[in-house]
Design a protein around this ligand. Structure first.
Ligand code: CAO
Length: 447
């Protein structure tokens, strides 16, 4: 016969006024005996309080942040348990607990020390989400050696069931506590990783060291711009998930520069600035057409290459708030002057923060030019889902050996980073050699 029962805080040792840090149930929930109701936290341990009865929750008498002691009323429950279970003071259902700091379990009072061994995190549990047996850090030591991660026993159990190491989950609860939502988000994020990013041999890296820089001298803390945060997350993903190789080459652009200067003088009256980048865009189109696997993306399953019949090229633009990559459309259908004009417009738009998300979508290939600034070479990060990116550094005059003599030539450094899952080294070398040939003799652009 159904009966309303009071569920009280059981014997929790000598503790009084212990904070409730988590409430796992709500009015209307149907629960089984021993389902966890709330988590309490002392300065030494977190404890889950299980229900002594099965039934339906009628009324909650506590919330997160409340302080309770042995005998405090937690909730009212409509119970169908005729026999019932012992209540506060004579409870024989153990409260499950784990230390919340590096304090050893043995140092905690008896009720806490009697936590069943099965509740303790199990370092030998094979992780399902971020594998790497052997390489896996101890579940509780994963925060740069900061000791135990904050999570209630129920959350630890939940995480264990999903193969998640609590220490790897960023807690969003009070004092960085890991909540059920945090574990679920962690799992979702891991599942959303591209194939090969996680799985059996997924990354297991040390947490970044937490350093108090102020100990060593004066500091100023500046928040990263929104653009930097978004770009940073994308760059990080691309860097760790794509096997990058960078092929270096140089192009003799002596003739191209002479022609560019002529054109520049002619079009400066129309306020069009013709830089080497406009030629590079056209040369890239020629190379992408000759080697279509560079004008491609891996499909979502990573099993097929999607070759694009169009040619939209992204251009990395340095703005005061960070890097942006607007995309020039149908570069194959436009001439050098038109491209120079659009380049000027789109980079101004990016710097004036007027660029839209649509302006940055649909790219097939990216060019990142640092030639206006300087440098001899760099290793650009591929802009996924593209499979290659061309870095361009500053052209300089060099002595080149030709017809048994040295001649002064203007040489342009090229750095092509490519996705080695899609492109072989020989193909990358052919691509840059061809690019250099086209730039050395721009008449080839007409072919
Ligand atoms: N070698 C020598 N000189 C070069 C050159 C090169 N490779 N590339 C450009 N120049 C010259 C230009 O001709 C121009 O000279 P003048 O002022 O005498 O005409 C000058 O350098 C400045 O060019 P620019 O930078 O204004 O124009 P651009 O078309 O070369 O580049 C843009 C435009 C938007 C790409 C550039 O301004 C920019 O933002 N670059 C930074 C991109 C970046 O941050 N990449 C890193 C991303 S991390 O992978």
């Amino acid at each position: 016969m159904a009966e309303i029962k009071q569920v009280l805080v059981p014997d929790i040792g000598d503790y009084k006024d212990v904070g409730i840090i988590e409430v796992m149930v709500k009015v209307g929930d149907t629960i089984k005996a021993e389902d966890n109701l709330v988590t309490l936290e002392t300065d030494k341990a977190a404890m889950d309080v299980p229900s002594p009865y099965a039934g339906v929750i009628k009324e909650m008498k506590v919330k997160v942040g409340d302080k309770v002691s042995q005998g405090s009323l937690i909730l009212l429950l409509e119970s169908s348990d005729v026999a019932g279970a012992p209540q506060a003071g004579k409870l024989d259902v153990p409260v499950t607990a784990v230390p919340v700091t590096a304090v050893p379990v043995a140092a905690a009072p008896s009720a806490l020390a009697s936590a069943p061994a099965a509740q303790a995190p199990n370092p030998s549990q094979p992780p399902l989400i971020r594998g790497g047996e052997g390489a896996a850090p101890s579940p509780d030591k994963g925060r740069g050696g900061e000791g135990l991660a904050h999570a209630s026993p129920a959350i630890r159990r939940f995480a264990r069931e999903l193969g998640v190491q609590v220490a790897q989950v960023k807690g969003s609860g009070a004092k960085g506590r890991v909540t059920k939502d945090d574990v679920q988000l962690f799992v979702k994020a891991a599942l959303a990783q591209p194939r090969g990013a996680a799985g059996g041999n997924g990354l297991q890296v040390l947490a970044s060291p937490v350093v108090d820089f102020a100990k060593f001298g004066a500091i100023e803390t500046r928040p990263l711009s929104r653009i930097k945060k978004i770009a940073g997350a994308n760059l990080h993903r691309n860097w760790v998930t794509i096997p990058h190789v960078t092929q270096f080459d140089e192009a003799d652009i002596t003739e191209m520069e002479a022609f560019r200067k002529e054109l520049g003088a002619e079009y400066s009256k129309q306020n069009i600035k013709i830089t080497p980048l406009a030629f590079l865009l056209k040369a890239a189109v020629a190379a992408l057409q000759k080697y279509p696997e560079f004008n491609a993306s891996l499909d979502a399953g990573g099993e097929n290459l999607v070759i694009k019949q169009y040619c939209h090229i992204g251009v990395a633009v340095d703005t005061p708030d960070g890097l942006m990559v607007p995309v020039l459309r149908d570069v194959d259908k436009k001439g050098i002057v038109q491209l120079a004009k659009e380049l000027g417009e789109i980079s101004a738009k990016a710097r004036e923060k007027k660029i839209t998300a649509a302006d940055m979508q649909g790219g097939c290939f990216t060019i990142s030019s640092l030639g206006g600034i300087g440098g001899t070479a760099f290793t650009p990060i591929i802009n996924a889902p593209e499979v290659a990116i061309l870095g361009v550094s500053r052209a300089i005059i060099k002595p080149m050996h030709k017809d048994d003599t040295f001649v002064a030539r203007l040489m342009l450094p090229l750095s092509l980073s490519y996705d080695h899952r899609v492109i072989d080294g020989a193909a990358a070398a052919r691509f840059t050699v061809f690019l250099a040939q086209v730039l050395a003799d721009t008449r080839r652009l007409a072919l």
